[in-house]
Design a protein around this ligand. Structure first.
Ligand code: ZN
Length: 348
């Protein structure tokens, strides 16, 4: 099974974040992807390949032009204004009418307009890392279209909190939405009415960015299993009241264990089957693990191969797995590899 990777992610290495009332070392560190990459190098069945570059037109299909221009120029503009050279951390968060329709001219106003929180930082190399993270997802999608039954895109930075015109939750470009749209535009029509793509978000946190983007697209169904936003980031989205014909949220209680999680997971897969997707994109986060510092679930390591095995046997469609979160560095790589193992074993 092909595993797509790009070393460019290392260029995105913010020094710190402000989270839970504390300034701490940036949790979404380059070490995360390196740990997974190094672990997979020794796993039988993993064929490591490099990300290819793609036309940026693909990015504009899921993000606004103004937002993508901001990501490319924000750091230089910030530093040119004499602001903190270590990176951009917004200090002003406009809401509702305050956000208005334009970001204004100041770097501070733009940061508030385009970023949702203070745990996400733009540094000098962010755009370079972010675009290669997008290419990593697109390369995986391309190989699915070339006949692979499954591919793993080791994306970093992650993407599922990045919306149509905003960054947040360590995310800048929505790699999953990018790949889903690419599969839809280039994939084979299974039945009349356009190519259908299912997105299954298994990260602990609600994929608010993916939900935002999917509302603007056709024939993509987004399903997310995540920590109840009454207790967990992103706090204000991920409730069932947001469900539409394009997205279904499954907010789950703190402390949920393997058996109860698996029941909900089976319901989600059943809904995806009914939708009739030709391709599946999985947003894989292993911050659902019981020892993850940013999650509150009680899932054991044994759940990951079980979920993957079920997906393979039930969905039976080409599947792209895109890396999202997971912050326990001791177990991150082994949990990701455990999820991937059944896909490695099922290669024709
Ligand atoms: Zn997460």
């Amino acid at each position: 099974m092909k595993v797509v990777y790009s070393p460019h992610h290392i260029l995105h290495n913010p020094p710190k974040e402000f989270i839970s009332s504390k300034v701490v070392a940036y949790g979404e560190s380059p070490e995360r992807a390196e740990l997974i990459y190094e672990f997979l190098m020794d796993v039988e069945g993993a064929e490591l390949i490099s990300a290819e570059t793609f036309d940026h037109g693909h990015f504009f299909k899921v993000h606004s032009t103004e937002y993508l221009e901001y990501l490319q120029t924000a750091y230089e503009e910030w530093v040119a204004a004499g602001l903190w050279a270590e990176g951009i951390m917004p200090e002003f968060f406009p809401i509702g009418k305050l956000r208005g329709h334009r970001p204004g001219k100041s770097p501070e106003g733009k940061a508030g307009f385009y970023m949702t929180d203070s745990c996400t930082m733009i540094v000098k190399g962010t755009w370079e890392a972010v675009r290669y993270s997008g290419y990593t997802a697109l390369t995986g999608a391309k190989h699915l279209l070339m006949g692979q039954s499954s591919v793993f895109s080791l994306c970093r930075p992650p993407g599922h909190h990045a919306g149509f015109d905003y960054a947040g939750g360590y995310c800048f470009v929505n790699n999953t939405a990018l790949a889903a749209k690419y599969l839809q535009d280039s994939g084979e029509l299974k039945s009349n009415g356009g190519v259908k793509v299912g997105i299954l978000d298994l990260d602990f946190h609600h994929g608010n960015g993916t939900q935002d983007i999917v509302q603007r697209l056709e024939n993509i169904l987004f399903i997310s299993l995540h920590g109840d936003p009454d207790y967990s980031y992103p706090y204000l989205t991920g409730f069932t009241s947001e469900n539409t014909s394009k997205n279904i949220n499954f907010p789950l209680s703190p402390g949920i264990t393997d058996e109860n999680y698996f029941k909900v997971f089976c319901d989600a897969v059943s809904t995806l089957q009914q939708f009739g997707a030709s391709y599946l994109v999985v947003s894989l986060g292993v911050d659902t693990f019981e020892k993850d510092p940013l999650g509150n679930f009680c899932l054991s390591a044994k759940i990951y191969p079980r979920l993957a095995e079920y997906l393979i046997n039930e969905m039976k469609v080409p599947t792209l797995i895109v890396m999202e979160g997971g912050y326990n560095k001791e177990f991150l790589a082994s949990n990701v590899a455990s999820f991937l193992k059944p896909f490695f074993d099922h290669q024709p």
